[in-house]
Design a protein. Structure first.
Lengths: 337, 337
DNA sequence: ATGAAAGCGCTAACAA
DNA sequence: TTGTTAGCGCTTTCAT
């Protein structure tokens, strides 16, 4: 009963105990080559006895195909981000890949570089960039050209392989719904755009223009429902506001609450719509009209795209999906004044 | 202008270009040993010219002090989990560590093993287990004994170094608040317990017993606000219910909504309290009385504990923090009937 | 201060 | 089917 050092067992230890050569152990573990049943069993027993775990570092070094990937994002705990990461992780895990996370704190190149340095010094097959916001965009811009990368976002951008949710199309449809209810126009509280303008904002503008409706000035962009609450309070005092399209559901919740603070009811006095289909959107009072985004699926598609890019098995560089408008109780015909 | 193959530059390439030996390049990059200014400059230039990035695989293989850690959790997108992971990532990044994520799909040993296999073959300094639920507990139980590990959770458990939030104490205080308002007892909708009983449930029970109040049977445990809504509807028909303590804020939102579905108002008819201080709890109508949990800080503390465990610099194996009760509008004295 | 040599743990050729 | 031989790209002795 040798109580060895704390050094983890290596393949050589396993080989010694099983009375075989190191490559044979490797063959048993990879399952690729045929090994005699006897030796296979002896190896498996030794693996168990030593609780041997192969070193990913050594594997990556020699095989040049690391079974890990990095996710770079501006946030990880907001609903859309977290769900996307969950989708990536699930797909990666199913394929035997490990997922690393690195957060980009701000929109500056230095922020991106800090986050990238961390993961690019790891043995990874490639990087998935969540390009929902300025930090994500910065990360994409600072990415060294030789790193396999796929961007995930709400709007297509040329040059980079990416999985997208066609937010502009869905936003346009949602805005048309509001106009069809009879609202003369629709106000808009955007989320902070990742580029010049968010896809949701683009779709909203397109629908208004197509309908010949007035295009109101944008409200202040925010991710924060608390800031949106202030916006709602302000909007409550503006008689020209009869419908508000919000950049996401949390902003819509804030706006609805802010309107309510001032005694303005949703949807009787003002209709409010959101985006994303946050799990709480349906439970809100009133239940929020929104656009269902499959973030989990976006993550899965992103992983599939990345594996294609890495091993060149696939020529596909884009994957787009159209989110679905969900009509609930927060939108209704305008009040007859 | 040699357009070489796509093979990434190695240290040997840099050494060749700079006219020095490989170890000298290594010395320049690590900064540990002194190198003559001339050679240093030549090396740095070559590094830039070749956009050389050291191979993490080779480094990890030889250095044995991985700058990475793994987070193992049963979920990653629920509020508390996501925030905790965000805290871990921030602390790890500040210390130059990379974070890997692995999700445990279910409570079975096989689920845990699948998730663990993935990260334990990576070169990691240690593992942080989010022990909020049965999958987390399973992961902890299946962890090989030679892996440095720290558990993060809402209740202390002997044997493992861990960072905890003293949920029982806070739950007790919150329940006392409800009783002090004049409610004869408090009903409870638990979240699924990670062990026999959740800390929140324990605190609730303690407060009732201490006050000599009747201890009602537990409602069905859930994480889902939609299931909680059903519970709320059912509770609406029970005249003995005047106050409900929910395992978390999302459950509280569901219960409030379910009560409202049946015409029962919060807090006029029934008081409802939650747990966690979810970002939307304050925006809910009515604003939800709850317990503020510093999940981000929990993650930070967990990382600090793990580094202590790994390099043995610290003897501390526990870090506990008491969450703070936040009284809002969803709790009030009982209706006089 | 610098280079030569050894070797981290594994897989991929190649022989046998 | 199996073992032997070579490395993968780096850090760490150890000379010089």
């Amino acid at each position: 009963m040798t109580t060895g050092s704390r050094r983890p067992a290596t393949m050589a230890d396993v080989a010694r105990m099983a009375g075989v050569s190191v490559p044979t152990v490797s063959r048993v573990l990879s399952g690729a080559a045929r090994v005699s049943p006897l030796k296979r069993e002896r190896v498996e027993e030794a693996v168990r006895a030593l609780s041997f775990r192969p070193s990913a570092a050594a594997r990556a070094l020699v095989s040049r195909r690391p079974k890990a990937l990095a996710v770079v994002a501006g946030d990880t705990s907001k609903y859309g981000y977290a769900e996307t990461i969950r989708g990536i992780e699930a797909a990666a895990r199913a394929a035997g890949h490990t997922v690393m996370i690195s957060v980009v704190e701000g929109p500056e190149a230095a922020d991106a570089d800090r986050a990238l340095r961390l993961v690019l010094t790891q043995a990874i097959a490639g990087v998935l960039v969540l390009k929902f916001d300025p930090p994500g965009v910065a990360a994409l811009r600072r990415m060294p050209p030789d790193v396999p990368v796929v961007a995930l976002s709400g709007a297509r951008e040329p040059g980079v392989p990416q999985a997208v949710l066609d937010e502009a199309g869905a936003a346009e449809e949602l805005t048309r719904h509001l106009l069809a209810l009879g609202h003369p126009t629709v106000h808009h509280v955007p989320v902070p755009p990742s580029r010049r303008e968010d896809g949701r904002t683009t779709g909203w503008r397109r629908a208004l223009r197509a309908a010949g409706a007035r295009v109101p000035a944008l409200e202040a962009a925010t991710w924060s429902p608390h800031v949106a609450r202030e916006t709602g309070r302000r909007l409550a005092g503006d008689a020209s506001v009869s419908a508000v399209f919000c950049g996401n559901d949390e902003v819509a919740m804030g706006v609805i609450r802010g309107l309510a603070d001032e005694g303005v009811r949703t949807p009787e006095d003002v209709s409010v719509a959101g985006f994303d289909d946050h799990p709480l959107a349906e439970l809100w009072t009133p239940a929020i009209t929104t656009v269902r985004q499959d973030f989990f699926g976006l993550g899965e598609r992103g992983f599939a795209l990345l594996t294609g890019v890495v091993d060149g098995t696939s020529r596909r560089r884009f994957s787009s999906e159209r989110p679905e408008v969900v009509i609930r109780a927060s939108t209704a015909p305008p009040a007859t004044r």
